[in-house]
Design a protein around this ligand. Structure first.
Ligand code: ATP
Ligand code: MG
Length: 562
């Protein structure tokens, strides 16, 4: 199963690369040329060095053109290497942008019910870190790995042509070096993951502390919070120490290996034994080139280790992205009855028929529930906490689909109503106001171009909040922030937001639950202003908040008929 997921992710990854390559042919060509150029120019300088030293040691003149070629090649190699990096980054970013675009589209297509069941942090890490790992797949993954492999093999072939004994020695040493490199890299990575986890705990703890600061002081939990903080910081410190340790030991051991290999080869090449000489003997110039190549071969080897790591995590990221993109967009499949039905007056505003629903398979919240509400009618729903009142509203709003039965809003199946038609249909007021970043006006319009400033002001007047808003420093254009309004006023703002688009149905969920009697009066008055001619469904624990009209009691898991 896991393999199948991974294969699908690989396919998906290859398709994304293929598509990006097709769209950006010139860029692809540039990347390929830069890589080939960087590898070749990187290999040539030691060969020139070999020639130069051999000429000098034979007492011949050192041609100026050779020196020029040597430094020229070093310069071009550096230039091509930067080109390669820059082009790879551009290429990776193009893929990333397309991936994020696709993810974003999916996000808007997924039903709210499906999304609300998922952990917000996990979903956003699909967008951020998983996409980043896929970008790395190109920057530091597949392409660089091919370049590094070519480099290792080419150096090896050159060394084999110069000194067979050395290449045999390297056949033993290189696998050991690679094993050591992977070992250190894996340990380092584990320590880095531990550190990130510890840091995430710390960054989570700080907002938690700020949010609950009053409770922390009131309950004397400050020292407990401090201990937790200290523990996370300690975890992070230990993990960083481990990383530092591995960082510190890696390079010296590689340098030592390098020196030992060079030492052995030099000793053997200088030995008088003709048999050893046939394997290890070489000219002075060749010796210089060989020393340079040996030190060159360790770097790509180390890179390959990291690249394997990058590819592994990119595959994991791709698998998760693929899973996200593969989720079913259930509401698209519900056949809508079209806009016409929404304006009909002869059908019930709300028709709930034998609905059974549970958020998960273990627990049923509503069982065989039925309710019919005529256009213009006011209905108050009561029932003890947990009876499923708010759940019923979410079903009416089409955020979830019932497991059995039917829900029709003006004749149209609730889950099939397109999002862009919902605001003209439902005004939904919750127990708590949910602020969006922006001004007070934005809170009412929700950035909907269809709602003009006049409409928003009219809504605020109906909600009895217009005068309060006008007294703010910048009136409707005051940036919204916590503490700008009292709890009752936030509720009035909620009502203004709900009625701004003149919806046909008002859904009021416990909107006066947290208010004192006087404020409750104001809110009820605002609601009565807003209710004019509309269908109103109101949830209330306390009948005192009733708006009149019919009362329906919801018992948990029991069917209530209208
Ligand atoms: P209250 O009067 O306290 O607001 P309610 O009648 O509105 O209660 P609901 O919020 O509809 O009750 O909850 C009904 C049941 O559904 C509860 O048992 C609750 O645990 C469960 N429930 C509510 N929301 C979810 C959710 N998002 N996921 C899983 N279960 C949920
Ligand atoms: Mg509720």
């Amino acid at each position: 199963m896991k393999r199948e997921h991974q294969n699908r992710a690989v396919n998906y990854g290859l398709r994304s690369i293929g598509a990006t390559m097709r769209h950006h042919l010139l860029l692809t060509l540039g990347v390929a040329l830069a890589i080939a150029g960087a590898v070749i120019t990187g290999l040539l300088p030691p060969l020139i060095l070999e020639k130069a030293v051999n000429l000098l040691s034979a007492g011949e003149m050192f041609p100026f053109s050779l020196a020029l070629a040597y430094f020229g090649l070093l310069f071009v190699a550096g230039l091509l290497e930067s080109c390669k990096q820059a082009l790879l980054t551009v290429f990776g970013q193009k893929i990333t942008r397309e991936l994020r675009h696709e993810l974003c589209q999916k996000l808007t297509l997924l039903p709210a019910g499906v999304l609300s069941m998922q952990d917000a942090g996990a979903v956003s890490s699909r967008f951020v870190s998983d996409v980043d790992t896929v970008e790395n797949l190109f920057d530091d993954g597949v392409v660089s790995m091919i370049a590094d492999l070519v480099q290792v093999v080419s150096i090896f072939v050159i060394l084999f042509s110069r000194n067979r004994g050395l290449s045999l020695l390297l056949l033993v040493v290189l696998p050991l070096v690679f094993w050591y490199t992977r070992h250190v890299q894996k340990r380092t990575l584990r320590a880095q993951v531990d550190n990130r986890r510890a840091l995430a705990n710390v960054t989570g703890l700080i907002p938690e502390t700020i949010r609950n600061i009053r409770t922390i002081h009131n309950s004397g939990s400050a020292s407990w919070m401090r201990t937790r903080y200290g523990r996370y910081v300690g975890d992070s410190y230990r993990a960083i120490e481990q990383t530092n340790f591995f960082d510190a030991i890696y390079s010296p051991i590689i340098l030592l290996t390098n020196a030992v290999v060079v030492g052995i080869v030099m000793l053997l090449s200088a030995s008088g034994n003709p048999e050893i000489q046939s394997f290890f003997g070489m000219q002075v110039g060749t010796a210089v080139a060989v020393i340079s190549y040996i030190s060159q071969i360790f770097t790509p080897l180390e890179n390959i280790g990291m690249e394997i790591q990058t590819i592994q995590s990119a595959l994991a990221g791709l698998t998760r992205i693929n899973e996200f993109l593969g989720q079913e967009e259930t509401w698209k499949k519900v056949p809508g009855t079209g806009r016409a039905a929404l304006s009909a007056t002869d059908v019930p505003a709300v028709a709930v028929q034998d609905v059974t629903f549970g958020y998960n398979s273990e627990e049923t919240v509503l069982r065989n529930f039925s309710l019919t509400v005529r256009p213009g009618e006011t209905v108050t729903l009561t029932g003890r906490t947990g009876a499923g009142k708010s759940t019923l509203f979410r079903l009416l709003l089409g955020l979830y689909r019932p497991d059995a039965g039917q829900i029709r809003i003006f004749g149209q199946e609730a889950a099939g109503i397109p999002d862009n038609e919902k605001r003209a249909l439902f005004g939904y007021v919750e127990q708590n106001f949910r602020m969006v970043p922006g001004t007070v006006l934005d809170q009412i319009t929700l950035f909907d171009d269809g709602i003009t400033r006049e409409m928003a002001e009219e809504a605020a007047k109906t909600a009895e909040l217009d005068a309060v808003i006008r007294q703010l420093p910048k009136g409707y254009d005051t940036p919204c922030r916590e503490g700008l309004f009292s709890q009752g006023q936030w509720q009035l703002l909620s009502i203004a937001r709900a009625i701004a688009a003149s919806p046909r149905i008002l859904l009021l969920d416990e909107i006066t639950a947290n208010l004192d009697a006087a404020t409750e009066e104001t809110v009820l008055k605002a609601i009565k202003n807003a209710a004019g001619g509309r269908t109103v469904l109101s949830i209330s624990h306390r009948l005192s908040a009733s708006l009149g009209g019919r009362q329906i009691a919801l018992a948990p898991e029991a069917g209530e008929s209208s």
